[in-house]
Design a protein around this ligand. Structure first.
Ligand code: 5GP
Ligand code: MN
Length: 355
């Protein structure tokens, strides 16, 4: 039996906001990952039977999500910001999924904050900001997708299946699987597997989802992985840490496409006695963030991972203006790659435990 994790107030709050809404817009975070895509599309499939639903993401997502059901209906704000703005202005309800603050969705954040319609936030990061009318925020779950499942489960009084059940379930499973590294971490409680049992009974082909996501890389990505591990990885044995950083020029050699760097940050953790891993890559500053970039043409995207009781979110927050989960965080640095690396080198000993 899956427990009712969401409070009655949350469930009733969502019911109250959903009932009169016809036009619903679902927003998720920058550089969408499997949980962002999965939770947003699961909400879409759930509501599609009775409402006019539109998912909007801030920027492009990797090709390995192209198989997801109705993925081609998603609007990418970076490609058509005017349309995103008009959809948000016309919406009766905004549902924000898998992010904790408007800053995490780029220019969509400002559009969402200017919208006068009610808002729901569904998230599993620390420190949710309080812009929403109903906030469903739990950090002790696998994913935002799990929270979407729990919401649907509770709001229907455990009366699954719903219309479009298999599509919804497939999207939920995608988020669960990707945010736990195929159930390698952050998934150590029985209810995760009870939920998975329900999803598989709903018709999810879990092996197919795995293949779509993890066995669908480009040749360039594979060679990039080899290059990063062989030529770029530095180990700091005193602090059990690893650092990989890569310039835009190097990425260009490997025909870099969105998503090609996904997962590289996790790899050094498979070395014995490496408990912290940091990956940095150089990116261009987009038009909408020029002001924030303060004259810099480059932005460094930082990803950090750790094992056990060794937080990396505090480092990301204090040094790179980012944040995230205890064992998986990120941030951005507007400036040169060398400066971002130097910031790491001058701070890691302070933050990383030596045990
Ligand atoms: P990734 O390394 O996969 O880009 O991100 C890992 C996690 O760190 C994400 O789930 C997200 O919560 C968080 N994260 C990544 N980048 C940022 C950032 O720039 N700001 C904040 N606040 N969190 C981030
Ligand atoms: Mn997530």
């Amino acid at each position: 039996m899956i427990s009712d994790k969401l409070t009655q107030e949350q469930v009733e709050g969502v019911r109250r906001l959903l009932e009169p809404a016809q036009k619903v817009v679902v927003l998720t975070h920058m550089s969408p990952d499997g949980d962002a895509m999965g939770s947003a599309l699961a909400l879409y499939w759930w509501l599609k039977a009775t409402k006019d639903v539109q998912v909007i993401v801030p920027n492009v997502f990797p090709d390995f999500f192209n198989w997801m059901p109705d993925v081609d209906t998603i609007l990418i704000c970076e490609k058509d910001a005017a349309k995103a703005k008009s959809l948000i202005n016309d919406a009766d309800l905004l549902i924000c999924s898998d992010f904790n603050e408007p800053k995490r969705i780029g220019q969509l954040g400002q559009m969402a904050m200017e919208a006068t319609c009610p808002k729901i936030l569904i998230d599993h990061h620390l420190f949710p900001s309080d812009f929403a009318d109903v906030t469903i925020s739990y950090t002790d779950v696998t994913s935002a997708s799990e929270l979407v499942f729990r919401l649907i489960y509770q709001i229907t009084n455990h009366q699954l299946p719903i219309t479009n059940y298999q599509e919804m379930a497939t999207c939920i499973y995608t988020g669960l699987m990707t945010d736990t590294g195929n159930f390698a971490f952050n998934s150590n409680y029985p209810e995760v597997y009870e939920i998975i049992a329900i999803l598989i009974a709903a018709g999810v082909d879990k092996d197919a989802v795995y293949n779509h996501i993890f066995n669908a890389h480009t040749e360039g990505r594979m060679r990039l992985v080899g290059y990063c591990l062989n030529n770029k990885m530095r180990i700091f044995p005193d602090c059990h840490a690893s650092l990989i950083y890569i310039s835009g020029k190097e990425l260009y050699r490997f025909n870099f496409k969105t998503g090609d760097a996904e997962g590289i940050v996790n790899m050094p953790l498979s070395i014995k006695d490496v408990y912290y891993s940091v990956f940095m890559r150089e990116d261009k500053v987009a038009d909408w963030e020029k002001e924030r970039a303060n004259g810099s043409k480059t932005k460094i995207k930082i990803s950090m991972r750790s094992q056990g009781d060794r937080p990396v979110n505090i480092f990301c927050q204090e040094i790179y203006n980012g944040g995230g989960h205890k064992n998986a965080s990120g941030g951005e640095y507007y400036g040169s790659l060398a400066d971002a690396v130097n910031l790491f080198l001058s701070n890691y000993e302070k933050y990383f435990k030596k045990d």
